[in-house]
Every structure is written in structure tokens, then in C-alpha cells.
Write a protein that binds this ligand. Sequence first.
Ligand code: HEM
Length: 446
Amino acid sequence: MQIHELPRRPNRNLDHIPGDYGLPVIGHTYSLLRNSHKMGKHMLDTYGPVFRSSALFQRTVGLVGPDAARFVLLEGEKNFAAEPAWNLIIGGLFQGGLLLKDFGEHRSHRRALQQAFKRPVLEAYCNSLNYYLDEGINSWPVDTHFDLFPRLKGLLLENAIQSFFGEDPDCDTQALSRAFIDMLDATLTLVRKPLPGTKWRRGMAGREVIKSYLKSQIQLRKANPGNDFLSSLCTASDEEGRLTDDEIIDHMIFLIFAAHDTTTSTLSSATRILCQHSHWQTRLRQSFAAVQGEYLSMDDFAALPELDWFFREVLRMHPPVPGITRRTVREVEYGGYTLPANASVFVSIRLMHYLPEHWTNPETFDPERFSPERAEHKRNSFQWLPFGGGAHKCLGLHFAEMQTKIFLFQLLRKFSVALDPKHAPQIRAVPLEMPKNGLHIALKPL
Ligand code: HEM
């Protein structure tokens, strides 16, 4: 079957696979939204690493473990499509994005987008990231408790618009940020029609605002390119993969989507963990003595192994994207079961990061598990998977790494950070891991 022939709704015929569909109509939706990790672990412990379940009005096959991930993302990759699975979640709003393409078309667009993520381009972003993050952090209150979460979210969105779209003194960053927030809000709504007063309608209107801004910028960037993602795509040669103006617009809009909530989640988790394990503030700060000057460059990373272990452990314990969703393109065998064509499949990243057969004391925060002496993540190349793997592996992983490390450097070289004891932090895991009621902290100048 061709992908475009797959019915929109996934195959419901999964009764031959162990598992259960939960309550009538709502299935396991309530348990999923309440505590997705507990629900997944219960299914794994009860039925094993291949199980059927139902949530959010959809039947799905859950697959757990590095071997399952390798099978779906690499070895049996031709049997699994991303577009039909992701389209249900972000189609319409983020149409034309890279995750909404598969196989040959996906390969050629990915090659074109890779221009924007090459080392020299990333190095150029490094300077502006240092500047914007330092400036943003310096604008936050000190010696008083405040909710960091909305400030972090705002800072990262403005920062993404500046890094991705480039310098434009006339750009109304606030208006573009609002348009993006409307689009992000619309991804969470069940009403996916542009009815008056709905979030969907606001989201689609937001898309038009950003589209028309990008349209006005493309000719300017072609004539006078800068050090930004948009310029890289506008100036690509045929060999590198030239995209049409409409394709560039679709990709730029998707890039901000892919970057924004994931990096907000990562920096929120990293800050919360710094507060909960405050000796790591001291340890990282001491390691920063190896850096000359006030900006962290990509060349400095090699001299800061502890920063790397910290970054990896944050993403192991709190992967922003809880798992990878796909649709089978044809009937496929896995683990002794037949997955029918057009079945929805979910590979849980979070469950994998807590499997005791792959990680020592997985519930314990222990960055040194990534040290060369222990290197637990090397036991299986698919057991640490915050950025996915295979054909759709995150294109922005080096950008995300750079941004997180620069944020921690700029924060810790000037401040210590502590939680507000009146607001115990809570986390929601779905659709992406985020603080539930804000992230209340205090910054103390050193
Ligand atoms: C810590 C932050 C991030 C995490 C945890 C993350 C995670 C992921 C994951 C798990 C996927 C694979 C999804 C799948 O296979 O279904 C993915 C894909 C993608 N990510 Fe990220 N991401 C992060 C940051 C970013 C940033 C900053 C950008 C852009 C600058 C970005 C751009 C993309 C793109 C374009 C794809 C689609 C790749 C493709 O389809 O070929 N991501 N990301």
C-alpha cells in the first residue's frame, strides 16, 4: 500500500496482540494524561515489550526497548511512515514540515535542510546565542522568588525567531511570537476546524501572519544573506538542494515548532535539577574555569565533560519528547507478532530510559553514568534516544546541545539558583514534558 492510500484513522484490528484497551470509548486516556510513565510501565510489566492499548481515541501498539527502537527506526524503517502518524497531531498547522514527509521525498528535503545545521553555521549561531541568553538572564529579577517558566518560554521563542529568521530591525518579534503561541496552542485542541472563536482558527491565522512575514523576507535574504537558517535555505545551490519559496516557508515554520517546546522543556528540567542537586551548580561552575572569556564556544565543549554528562542525564530522565509515533505501511512481523498494515505504533523513549536491564539505578540522578569509565549509554546504541534515531533523527540536536550548554554557562557564572519552597515543582509528561504549575525559583548573584 502507498502511504497516501492509508486511511486517516489507524487500523483497529489489534486483538491478537497482548494488552487491553482500557475503559469503553476513553480507553487509557485518563491514566495516560495523569501519569503516562506509570501507565506505560504497568502495560510493560503486565503484557511484555509488545502490547496493544487505546488512548486519545486511537488504538496503538506499544513497543519497548532498544531493539524495538532499532527495528522501527533503522532496520525495518521502510515499513514505518512518520507522516500519517504525525499528521493527526500537527497536520494543517505545520504542513510541509520535515516530519510530515517520508522516504524519497523526505531524504531530498532533509539534505537541503542540512545546509542550515553545518558546523560553520552553528558556530555563527553560538555568538548570538551567548549574547541573547546572557541578556535575557540578566533581565530576570534577583533575590526574590518568581516563576521562571513563562520568562524562559518567551526568551527562547524570541531567540529562535532571531536565530532562525535572522537580523531584521523592522521585525515585530512580539507579533511573530504571539502568532507562534497561537499555533502551538492549536496543536492541543480537539476541534480541528476553523470555526469562529476556536483555537484552531487562531492557530491558522497565526500561520498566515508568519507566512506573510517570511514571504517578505525571502527575496531580501537571497539578495543579502546573513548568518541565519533562513539565509542558508534561501542561498542553497541546486547541488545542495534548492527549495521553492513555499517549501522554505513550510520548513521554517516547522523548525520553530520542533525547536521551541523541546528546548523550553530541556532548560526547565535542567534548571529544576540544578536546584534539586545543588552540588552540581558548584561542580559545573568550577569546571567553567577552563573557559577563556565570557562566551562559551563549540570548541570549549571538549574541555567540559561534566557539562556534557549533566546535559545527557537531564535528557535521559526527562526526555522532552516522550516517544516516537509511526504508522505501518504494510504488514510486518516483530517480536513474534504480526502488526497489520496501517497500525499505529509507539516506541516509548521515556520507558526505555528507565529500563533497569540497561541503566544502573535508573531512578537516580547520576550524570557520571555517561563518563568514559562507566559509559552506560554505550551498552546499546539505541538505549539513549532523546533525539530519536534513523532517517528522522532530530536535525536540531547540536543546536539544542549548544543552547542548553550556553544557557547553563551564562546562568551559573553569575548566579546560584534555588527553588521556592512554597511551590513544589510538578511535571506534566504529555504531550511534551513541561512544568505543570510554573517553575518558581530565586536567583542569587554570586
Ligand atoms: C532538546 C531538544 C530537542 C529534542 C529532545 C528533540 C527531539 C526530537 C525527536 C525525538 C525527533 C524525532 C521524531 C520522530 O522521529 O518522530 C526530532 C525531529 C526533529 N527535530 Fe528535534 N528535538 C529537539 C530540538 C530541536 C531543535 C532545536 C530543532 C531545530 C533547530 C529541531 C528540529 C527537528 C527536526 C527538523 C526534526 C525532523 C527531522 C526529520 O524528520 O528528518 N529539534 N526531534
